[in-house]
Design a protein around this ligand. Structure first.
Ligand code: HEM
Length: 511
């Protein structure tokens, strides 16, 4: 039995090639062009949705895209496609609650389809298992006992890195100044505190190794591309480089984990907690790398912005500095009569850090409102359509909500682009005006699991930096700036400003 010969027509080998060619054309056409038809009760399809890519502006001008699409829709909700993936953009008031509260809107599934995370596995069941493992371990490694144990080391890290900045001052004197890009050097502090808290001390203690990790981390972060989200099966050079960078991060962490298993060497850190629980090393390494990616970008960028905003707002700077002095007076536990201000601050216990810095808390809150520019994603995993008002989110569809929809709403936050921590004061309480009016730490089913640690690290960085240095925000040449560089509301996530903003600092207190 062979291939049937079509008498007198195409010779057999050509026929095979012909069939393969048609098959490839059909599959490619199907994968690129064909889209599921829109559910009749889904919100209306918005304009600017093209073949192959879908909604281009979703990638080029995300906030403009959401805003215009919402305005054009009678309910504020709208449909679009990302490649072939159907997405429902929700903006209406009641929709926001459904988005955050509905337990069938899968978190990991949403980000997996619409954002370029790191893919540890392709199998859905394994993904879900890892997601559960990740969340439960995140809660475990950031428990009070672990935070208490880590606090002296975290303070030590901040002091050491500020010490490095002091060394950069010419003549290391109190009268001379140096200039730093906070989005590099303050970011590094956040990275170190994060790897110490959700990873392993071996990396946090080894600045060279940490430098390598930061290099690979930035590469992963910088190589996200629309193609990888729209058609993840198309191999691109960027995707290849990104995969290599992720593998390098894994290798660094795995080497340390394997050595601990092999030699019995122990650490006092998150990795050890998981090893002691008998967790699989692949899962532990996945946890550490994913935790770094989840935790660092927001922490590093916000810690930098908050220092910039404080330098531009002397009223808040004074309030913060007064708050730090008050905490030292009330809570410092050192009995050394010769202790410096910084040593006294370093002796403040965890409970006080967590409860007695309300001014830094509102400054941070306001920074996050402005820098949380991207969108948040879910996927309808219920197996059926989900009703949202008079419309439906079809089964398996993705759902997207832009943080700016509420954070930049002038009827909730008047003059919304202004950094104004007083918005949260008792008299104004703008973040309480509506249900879920503040989303900076997540709400509903998926609040931020790192919030306690994230706040602590911000308090440590801000309290110590403003105590140790006098500083002003400046341009690259060191010329002071008086108005903040506007935050790019179309950015996918918290980002450094362009043009860049620097800090010119001089020593105020001994470190
Ligand atoms: C200033 C720093 C941070 C900000 C502003 C922030 C903000 C957020 C927000 C808004 C969400 C919810 C996202 C959504 O609803 O789609 C979230 C979730 C999450 N955050 Fe944070 N975060 C910060 C730092 C951290 C850190 C340091 C960690 C851990 C090291 C962390 C771990 C997580 C995790 C695991 C989730 C997912 C929770 C879930 O799956 O239910 N975050 N964060």
């Amino acid at each position: 039995m062979g291939w049937p010969n079509i008498e007198g027509a195409i010779p057999r080998p050509y026929l095979v090639l012909h069939i393969i060619f048609i098959f490839i054309c059909f599959t490619t056409y199907n994968k690129l062009f064909s889209r599921p038809s829109l559910h009749p009760k889904a919100p209306p399809l918005t304009h600017g949705v093209y073949p192959i890519v879908g909604a281009l502006k979703f990638f080029t001008h995300r906030w403009d895209f959401f805003r215009e699409a919402a305005r054009a829709s009678p309910t504020g909700n709208f449909s679009f496609f990302v490649g072939r993936k159907p997405v429902i953009g929700l903006t209406a008031e009641a929709s926001r609650q459904v988005f955050f509260d509905n337990r069938h809107f899968g978190f990991a599934e949403g980000y997996d389809g619409l954002a370029e995370g790191i893919r540890l596995t392709q199998k859905a069941a394994d993904k879900m298992d890892f997601s559960k493992f990740f969340n439960s371990r995140m809660v475990r490694v950031l428990r009070t006992d672990a935070m208490q144990r880590n606090l002296p080391k975290l303070i030590g890290d901040v002091r050491a890195r500020l010490g490095d900045l002091a060394v950069a001052i010419p003549n290391k004197g109190f009268e001379t100044e140096a200039v730093v890009d906070p989005f590099d050097d303050i970011f590094k502090i956040a990275f170190q505190l994060t790897i110490r808290s959700v990873g392993c001390g071996d990396i946090a203690d080894d600045l060279e190794l940490m430098g390598k990790m930061i290099h690979w981390y930035h590469l992963v972060d910088s190589l996200t591309s629309p193609t990888a989200v729209i058609y993840p099966w198309i191999p691109t050079w960027g995707m290849f480089k990104r995969t290599v960078a992720v593998m390098r991060l894994f290798e660094i962490v795995k080497k340390i984990g394997d050595e601990r298993l092999r030699t019995g060497k122990r650490g006092e850190d998150a990795m050890q907690i998981m090893i002691d629980q008998g967790d699989d090393m692949g899962h532990i390494v996945g946890f550490v790398v994913s935790g770094l990616l989840a935790g660092t970008i927001n922490s590093g960028v916000n810690a930098s912005w908050i220092l910039i905003f404080l330098s531009l707002n002397p009223y808040w700077m004074t309030k913060v500095r007064d708050e730090v002095q008050a905490a030292i007076r009330t809570h410092a536990t050192t009995t050394d009569p010769n202790a410096t201000i910084v040593e006294k601050l370093a002796s403040v216990p965890l409970e006080a850090w967590e409860s007695d810095f309300p001014t830094i808390e509102v400054c941070l809150r306001e920074c996050i409102r402005l820098t949380a520019t991207g969108a948040t994603f879910r996927r309808n995993t219920s197996g059926q359509d989900i009703q949202v008002g008079s419309e439906v989110v079809p089964k398996d569809a993705y759902v997207a909500y832009s943080f700016n929809d509420i954070h930049q709403n002038p009827s909730v936050y008047p003059n919304p682009t202004k950094w104004d921590p007083d918005r949260y004061s008792e008299g104004r309480a703008e973040d309480k005006k509506r249900q879920y009016a503040y989303l900076g730490w997540g709400v509903g089913k998926h609040p931020c699991l790192g919030i306690r640690f994230a706040k602590l690290e911000q308090y440590l960085i801000v309290a110590l930096f403003t105590t140790v240095f006098d500083y002003v925000a400046c341009d690259s040449k060191g010329n002071p700036i008086t108005t903040p560089t506007p935050i790019d509301l179309n950015a996918f996530s918290a980002r450094r400003p362009e043009p860049r903003v620097y800090l010119k600092y001089k020593l105020k207190e001994k470190i």
